[in-house]
Design a binder for this molecule. Structure first.
Ligand code: FES
Ligand code: FES
Length: 154
């Protein structure tokens, strides 16, 4: 089946099994390896991408759901790595091993698009499904607030 999907602003046509997970299509077919495979069961958030602006777990999203829609991955978050979240991530040295961080950034970006001035509770609620085995949660929260221009009282 032919799937037409706009990926990071570019129209792509994929001849793949419609049940193929979006994550496979992104990584193995399109070569966009910034999105990571963690659990494969929608439990860790490392595969988070945007589908029409909403966060989805690409590991459990069949590519057919993306037909005619727009997908944004970490590679498309900004053209030059200059998204406010990416700048804050660098300034605060958020990542440790880095494996979870693409998913964290995509969830944070969706949060700020909807809630430009998030509270701690907003951040915790939105990011709760994104696990980090390195425990970078405190820095993630600070970086989200820095990107949003919200004072960090910690
Ligand atoms: S790999 Fe998709 S949520 Fe863990
Ligand atoms: S930075 Fe290592 S898993 Fe999050």
């Amino acid at each position: 089946m032919s799937i037409r999907v706009r990926v990071n602003g570019e129209d792509r046509e994929l001849d793949v099994d419609p049940e193929m997970p979006l994550l496979w299509a992104l990584r193995d077919v399109l070569g966009l390896t910034g999105t990571k495979y963690g659990c494969g069961e929608a439990l860790c958030g490392s595969c988070s991408v945007h589908l029409d602006g909403q966060v989805v777990r690409a590991c459990v999203t069949p590519i057919r759901r993306a037909d005619g829609r727009a997908v944004t991955t970490i590679e498309g978050l900004s053209t030059d790595g200059n998204h406010p979240l990416q700048r804050a991530w660098v300034e605060l040295g958020v990542p440790q091993c880095g494996y979870c961080q693409a998913g964290q950034l995509m969830c944070a970006a969706a949060l700020l698009a909807k809630t430009p001035q998030p509270t701690d509770a907003d951040i915790d609620r939105s990011m709760a499904g994104n696990l980090c085995r390195c425990g970078t949660y405190t820095r993630i929260r600070s970086a989200v607030k820095k990107a949003a221009g919200v004072p960090d009282a910690k």
